[in-house]
Design a protein around this ligand. Sequence first.
Ligand SMILES: Cc1cc2nc3c(=O)[nH]c(=O)nc-3n(C[C@H](O)[C@H](O)[C@H](O)COP(=O)(O)OP(=O)(O)OC[C@H]3O[C@@H](n4cnc5c(N)ncnc54)[C@H](O)[C@@H]3O)c2cc1C
Length: 556
Amino acid sequence: MPYPEELKKLIKVVESTRAERVERKKANEEVPFLSLDERHEMLKNHPDVKEEGRREVQVGPSKGYRIAHEIADLLEATSRVDPAKVDLGKVDIETDVLIIGGGGAGTSAALLAQEHGAKVVIATKLRHGDANTMMAEGGIQAATKGHKDSPYFHYLDIMGGGHFKNTPELVETLSQKAPSVIKWLEGLGCGFSKTDDGTLKTIHGGGTSRKRMHYAADITGAEMMRTVRDEARNRSADIRVIEFAPAVELILNEHGHCAGAVLYNLETEEYMVAKAKAVIMATGGCGRLHIQGFMTTNHYGATADGIVMGYRAGIPICFLHTVQYHPTGIVFPEQAEGILITEKFRGSGANLVNIEGNQFVNEREPRDVEASAIIKECLGSGKGVPTPTGKLGIWLDSPMIEMLSGEGTVEREFPGKHILYERFGIDIAKEPMLIYPTLHYQNGGLEFKPTADTCVPGLFVAGEAGGGTHGENRLMGNSLLDIMVYGRIAGESAGKYIQGDAKDGKLSLDHAVKYNAEVDKAGVADGRVAPMLLPDYTDPAVREKQLTSHYVGTMR
Ligand SMILES: Cc1cc2nc3c(=O)[nH]c(=O)nc-3n(C[C@H](O)[C@H](O)[C@H](O)COP(=O)(O)OP(=O)(O)OC[C@H]3O[C@@H](n4cnc5c(N)ncnc54)[C@H](O)[C@@H]3O)c2cc1C
């Protein structure tokens, strides 16, 4: 739907201040960055600081840790399967390395495990590539431009963005390995944007001191996912992909080593036993939990399943007291609600503007500060723009980009979003976008080491399912990097592990039995089972009419 008349009137206010703001941008005279104290003050508007938004989890290895209710609900639930009913003697799938999750982390792990001699199975919830990786737009950070940048500066930026709470060893590995990941991806045919002389294009990201964001137009994640998925398909003799088959419980063996998973066939609703010498957890994030009712950028399968399964197997969680809200998610048109508008728009010159047409924050603040400023402007200062659906938003003034870099820039640099808005009759080269923070990234996750090992032998973690690398706040472009660095490391570590430390033994679900008992004893489950697998958006009125036996035992 195009902007209705009442919004068109408000757009006139934005237009009235635009020329002056463009001049200020050219002269570098914008709203200054906040000082550290001011940032600290601004962060009081962030959803993470709302004490009523979280509670202490009552069970498991991180019992007592305060996390979002929506995640605690899943950890305080019993298994989807009755361990007594799973016949572990009947193995349906057997492989060297089982990878749970077919996004960027899982697929890059598969390539490296295969290169280390392993037969690999990727079990994924939806189609291979139905993942947050596919949706990433803005770019991937790496200090590839040696004369101006180095992994050392990259390291400092990551630590600063994460409020210096990050696990330093994880950050060190991430920043050191970054340039080699770009080279690896290019070698596999990944088409990053380049200048005419073949130099990789790089731009700034929020909170970074150097221009080290590499990108492929505004479809960086799709291009990276295409690259690694094509390569996995090229190696299909060794890498088998099973789609629509989410894992619901890990399997350990009598030695306490991870030895596979119970998979659930979404079509036939059968459970399958997958046995493996090593398992890599690469299930991504939790946006579909809609923490504190926020809209989300995440794909449909992002329901924190890996955290649930890993936690039950004994891995502590970390940094889950923070969640990332991307500052700029579409809040109108309603059909596109939650969809991310990449920081690259701001990096290319678009101001954030309130109902009075004024810029109120520097657009290159770290994400948590930027999101807090938008929330404050809307809810605290009353300067948000009311949308036809009764929500509040802030203008992202994309037409400035054309004034700064020439006509046609928006269509050329942001083809995905240009087309999306065109479908609603909005030309973002001429009209601004209405945005509000949207639930984007799970800063924390399962604890893991720089080798991708966890405290459970044979169980490795990669990508958004792991926690520690980004501390309390991830900077833009460091997750696409994270999934490739730690995906590759997990694949390599698993490949080496199966040739050395792996021990075969009787399969067991005893850990799930014990966990269920702990949940029952704490009296917290309230009939809930986890992992969630898919969010349920059914209207409550419709749900009341669904009480037929057909739904008993399915995802509902
Ligand atoms: C819209 C958007 C834009 C982004 N832009 C950027 C960016 O520009 N730069 C950047 O660095 N980061 C960006 N990010 C973040 C980044 O894309 C993700 O953090 C990253 O791609 C996660 O990769 P992953 O492999 O860990 O998870 P995913 O890519 O989400 O893959 C996880 C896979 O596991 C599957 N799965 C889940 N549960 C199960 C289960 N129980 N069993 C089997 N499979 C399961 C999922 O269906 C999915 O296929 C963006 C994220 C989004 C949503």
